[in-house]
Design a binder for this molecule. Sequence first.
Ligand SMILES: Cc1cc2nc3c(=O)[nH]c(=O)nc-3n(C[C@H](O)[C@H](O)[C@H](O)COP(=O)(O)O)c2cc1C
Length: 413
Amino acid sequence: MLEGKRVLLVIGGGIAAYKCLELIRLIKKQGGAVRVILTKAGSEFVTPLSLASLSGDKVYEDLFSLTDETAMGHIELSRSADLVVVAPATADLMAKAANGLANDLASTTLLATDKAVLMVPAMNVRMWQHPATQRNHRRLLEDGVCFVGPDDGAMACGEFGPGRMAEPAAVLAAIVHHFLPADRPLAGQHVLITSGPTHEPLDPVRYIANRSSGKQGHAIARAAAVAGARVTLISGPVTVPDPQGVEVVHVETARQMLDAVEQALPADVAIFCAAVADWRVVNAGQEKIKKTVDGVPPLALVENPDILATVSQKKNGRPGLVIGFAAETETVIEHAKAKLARKGCDWIIANDVSPATGIMGGDFNSVHLVRASGTGSSPGVSEIESWPRMDKDAVARALVAEIVKTLDREGWV
Ligand SMILES: Cc1cc2nc3c(=O)[nH]c(=O)nc-3n(C[C@H](O)[C@H](O)[C@H](O)COP(=O)(O)O)c2cc1C
């Protein structure tokens, strides 16, 4: 999503500077380039060596450096980027930028730049709430500076409140958002996505679950939102964060997931990526099942509703494009073809989730796209495409690109 984009990252002297190491990794993972300016105070918290190793570029620290000035002067540095990100934006850096001070490389660069500036404040809650910082914040907003955070929460200083630096994933989302193309190909489309596992209770403290992490479904939600869609993400219990710019409905069981899907319809496109439990326990206990001398309690299972089939076979209000996922451990394509015919959906994304692949819960995926001939009806399989192994964000972007192509061809957008 950041292919060819250059980010100039100004790192100030705050305890949260360590988060920039992860931020650089995330930007590079999206194809972006990062050049770092490190303030003197910043170098007390992170080392130039770590930053240079992760960014793959020299770290700039001094305003008065003959070698830097001849190779990449401070003015050129300020202009060479597509976006300037200040993280952590300390109270001091905000004060300097709000008042036009230019007494070190970071502040001089911020004054000299003609590019958009995104600040990620991080400081003690009282420093953030001080009238001087609030005044600087307002002034910077008036000057057109964008902000991510600060977040509320426990701070390194032991206090609680606004001042925590936004998490690297949230900063990345803001950076990606800044670079969104003006023409967003899914603008005006409602995309419904399910993600993660379901938990089926045995009693109030135990449940049946599966190993789905939600990483792939959440990545698809992110990619669809970036492409301009209105996205509803119905998520089972996961530890991955909610994607930005997406309406998220949290559920636990398969039946709750179906209810949430019904509530979210109508949709133009529905993508069922969640690993929904096929069965649940009949009469799950209201109290914790006790261990007794009588041995193991008998557990009777009953089938859960089939969300993909229910939506695919709707007579009224069926989404124009219904996509299911098939997680298999053997004869992946054969099972996917059979599933496509049985459920009546338009596409199946099939993947091999046997433990050796590391796909379930991992960051990579290797999928086959199996399409029915003719969108929305025929169960005849017309095409199978096998995509190379990619990270889950790349699979998500490729899937969204396929959807855009199809909707374009069918004249929907
Ligand atoms: C341990 C420690 C942690 C600090 N954390 C922060 C912080 O999170 N935010 C902040 O605004 N200042 C913080 N400061 C104060 C800044 O480091 C100080 O204001 C410095 O001059 C800022 O320099 P800069 O403009 O290069 O960011 C901290 C100082 C120390 C000693």
